[in-house]
Structures are given as structure tokens and as C-alpha cells.
Design a protein around this ligand. Structure first.
Ligand code: COS
Length: 386
């Protein structure tokens, strides 16, 4: 741990208070207006949420993975849109830069990112390259002291807010696979780059995802992440390893909030002359939800501690996101069921949370891709033992 236990407890209780007093009361407004109020974005920046995992030398909070997960359990209780606003900046949009960027690249961008002055976005997915990330077709061709980028990126979260994009593009030939992919730091407003109107999604209102189009977009050769071609795919995979632990922690926060909502409802709602929480079938649902949430929390904590210990957690982070997000799906469904008809109308947060929960099993690796990552690592471990 980089922070002592008391400091972490204080930080988490500050976050809990912020969620209860500022974020939860603003949820309906965010849902209605499909936007996070500027004042709340500023408060999130002031609390350091854009730089949770950024080292203190760049102005971040410098939290370990365990500490970051502890904070995210709290923030994750609020509508997922709030976390999403700083999520790419604190996560996939910045991890690659921190892990593989040159000193100049880090000094140029990371302090502004950590201060919340520059939103960072992660541009990997394409119309024909989602789960099969290594098949991406966006090209970056060297031309003197510049690269020319051409291609389309899809479903890029926070693209409309971003000041910086880590764009994954092919510098090798079309058959170069994962080894022909490089990462570029592209600033918003670079000529040749266009951010499309955000998609209308099932949930996550207040969080925006758009296509980003590159047409003859020239960037300086100094935008090549780490100054070396062909390293981009591994950068993206390592960034996702870390981001999946963070995402699993958000899923735990959402699960715990759903359980709070369920408990409130079953203790207030009366049928057959008693609160419905008195009935054993409802108690069964409560116990299943609680068990799933406890198991997910324990798994996130274990994986985070192992990452902090310097252990490769590719397998564990995939398993953790897989379990925690599937658990969230089960919990959202059961808590809605406890609400009966009330769960299907917009007056109760569970209706929104049920729709939001669905995305967790898709972004930053679908459950199916995560299963594949886990099983492949297991088989690799067997063959390494010989
Ligand atoms: N960390 C470091 N290196 C990794 C890695 C990781 N987690 N995962 C893969 N690599 C390396 C491999 O070791 C291999 O290196 P060598 O070329 O030196 O052997 C290289 O990257 C290619 O790996 P692999 O052969 O496993 O790539 P595949 O194309 O077969 O599959 C999957 C990779 C499917 C796991 C990958 O494409 C993936 O995670 N897809 C999902 C992407 C995703 O989550 N998208 C969501 C959008 S972002 S919000």
C-alpha cells in the first residue's frame, strides 16, 4: 500500500459522503438531461478522481490497485455515468501512457490529465475489430517526421469530452497481426480527426460514446507512444488487464447499491399484512445477492493485492471482471424482481440500474472474451510446467 490504513479509511469515507450527498441526489437530473453537471465534474476533479492511479509526481493520488479499488467500491454506488466520466481518464486512456510513454510524453500530458483538465480516451475498437482487437485496420503511415492516420474507431467512450486519445493503428502491413499495431497520442482538434454525434444507448445516460474518424490526419512522429512501432497491442492488453480490475470494482459498487435499494424496498413494502422481507422466498433472493456481492468484493481485493505485489494478473483480472459483472447482472435482475411492478417504472433507481448493469458484461472485454483469456492462461501455465 502507498497510503496508510487510516488515510485510506478517511478517503473512502469522503467518497461515500460525496456519493450520498452530491451524486445520488443528482442521478435523476443526469438521466433526464443525459449530461453530468459541470459543477459535479469540477468536484470530481477536486477530489482527485481523474488521477486516482496517477503517480504523485504527476499530481495524481498515486493509489495502489487495492486502494483504487477501495475508492471505486464507494464511487461505484452512484449512477455508473459519473464514474464513466473520469473512468477512461483514470483508466485505459492513461494506463498506456503511464506504462509505455516516454518521459516527455508523460510530462506533457499526465499532469493535466490528473488535474481533470484533460479527459483521456482509449481508441481501440473499430467497426470490424471489437473482440478481435488484433485485426484492427486503422492505418498510420510514416511520412517524413509525421504519421498519417486513416480509419474509423467505434464506440469510443468520452470522445466528445476528450482532449487526448490513445489511438491504436496499424504501422505494419495488413498481415502483420498484433505485432504490426502501434499506439499514438492524438490531441483533440487535430485536423483530419472528427468526433461523431454520440450513440443513443440502452442505458448509461450521461456517458457518451461516439465514432472517431481519421482522414488524412497528420500527427508528429513524437506522438508515437514510447517512440517505438509495433508495441501498441501489448500496451492495450496490459492497460485492459488493469482496467478490468477497476471495472470489476465498479460492478461491486453497483451491486452493493442495488442491494441497499432492494433492502429498502422489501422492508417498506407490505403484502399479506407484513413487509415482504419477512417472506422466505424474498429472503432467498436477498441472500443470493449478498453472497454474490461478497464474493465479487473479495475477488477484486485479492486480484488487486496480487497486482500490487507485482504478480502477472492477466488471468485473474479477466476472471475478476467476468465474475463481478455477471454477479452484477444476477443481482440487478433479482433486485428488480423484489420490486415487482415497481421495478419496471422509472420512479425507482433499479429500473435505470438494471439497464446500466447490462453494459458491464460487454465493455472492456465481453464475458466470452474474458472466459477465453482465463482458459488460455490456464493452458499456458500447464504447458509452461511441461
Ligand atoms: N499482457 C501482455 N501481453 C499480452 C497480453 C497481456 N494481457 N495479452 C496478449 N499479449 C501478447 C501475447 O503474449 C502475444 O505476444 P507475442 O506476439 O510476443 O507472442 C500478443 O500479445 C498477441 O496475443 P494473442 O495471440 O493472445 O492475441 P489474440 O489476437 O489471439 O487475442 C484477445 C487476444 C482476444 C485476448 C484480445 O484481442 C482481447 O483482449 N480482445 C478483447 C478486446 C477488448 O477488451 N475490447 C474492448 C474494447 S476496449 S473498451
Amino acid at each position: 500500500m502507498t497510503t496508510d490504513d487510516d488515510t485510506l479509511v478517511m478517503l473512502c469515507s469522503t467518497m461515500r459522503e460525496f456519493v450520498d450527498k452530491r451524486l445520488i441526489p443528482a442521478e435523476e437530473d443526469v438521466e433526464e438531461r443525459d449530461a453530468i453537471p459541470d459543477g459535479i465534474v469540477k468536484e470530481m476533479a477536486d477530489l482527485g478522481l481523474f488521477g486516482l492511479s496517477v503517480p504523485t509526481e504527476y499530481g495524481g493520488l498515486g493509489l495502489s490497485m487495492f486502494e483504487e479499488a477501495s475508492v471505486v467500491f464507494e464511487i461505484g454506488r452512484a449512477s455508473a455515468a459519473f464514474r464513466s466520466y473520469f473512468g477512461t481518464t483514470n483508466g485505459v486512456g492513461t494506463h498506456g501512457l503511464l506504462m509505455d510513454g516516454t518521459t516527455e510524453q508523460k510530462e506533457r500530458y499526465v499532469p493535466r490529465i490528473a488535474a481533470g483538465e484533460m479527459v483521456a480516451s482509449f481508441a481501440l475498437t473499430e467497426p470490424d475489430a471489437g473482440s478481435d482487437a488484433a485485426s484492427l485496420r486503422t492505418r498510420a503511415v510514416r511520412d517524413g517526421n509525421e504519421y498519417i492516420i486513416d480509419g474509423t474507431k467505434r464506440y469510443i467512450t468520452n470522445a466528445v469530452h476528450a482532449g487526448l486519445f490513445t489511438v491504436y493503428a496499424r504501422t505494419g502491413d495488413k498481415d502483420s497481426g498484433s505485432r504490426g499495431i502501434s499506439a499514438f497520442l492524438v490531441e483533440a482538434g487535430t485536423p483530419g480527426m472528427t468526433v461523431a454525434t454520440p450513440y443513443r444507448k440502452m442505458g448509461f445516460r450521461g456517458s457518451h460514446s461516439s465514432d472517431v474518424l481519421f482522414e488524412n490526419c497528420r500527427v508528429s512522429a513524437s506522438a508515437l507512444l514510447g517512440g517505438e512501432e509495433g508495441k501498441g497491442f501489448k500496451t492495450a492488453m496490459r492497460a485492459l488487464d488493469q482496467a478490468r480490475i477497476h471495472m470489476a470494482a465498479v460492478a461491486v459498487g453497483q451491486s452493493e447499491r442495488l442491494i441497499e435499494e432492494g433492502l429498502r424496498y422489501v422492508t417498506e413494502r407490505e403484502q399479506f399484512g407484513r413487509p415482504i422481507g419477512d417472506f422466505q422466498l424474498i429472503q432467498g433472493l436477498l441472500a443470493e445477492c449478498q453472497t454474490d456481492a461478497l464474493a465479487a468484493r473479495a475477488l477484486v481485493e485479492r486480484t488487486a493485492r496480487r497486482k500490487d505485489a507485482g504478480i502477472n494478473v492477466t488471468k485473474e483480472s479477466a476472471a475478476t471482471k467476468f465474475f463481478a459483472t455477471e454477479a452484477l447482472g444476477r443481482i440487478a435482475d433479482k433486485v428488480l424482481q423484489m420490486h415487482g411492478g415497481a421495478g419496471y417504472i422509472k420512479e425507482y433507481p433499479v429500473e435505470r440500474m438494471y439497464r446500466d448493469a447490462r453494459l458491464f458484461r460487454i465493455f472492456e472485454g465481453t464475458s466470452q472474451i474474458l472466459q477465453l483469456v482465463v482458459a488460455r492462461q490456464m493452458l499456458k501455465e500447464v504447458s509452461a510446467r511441461g
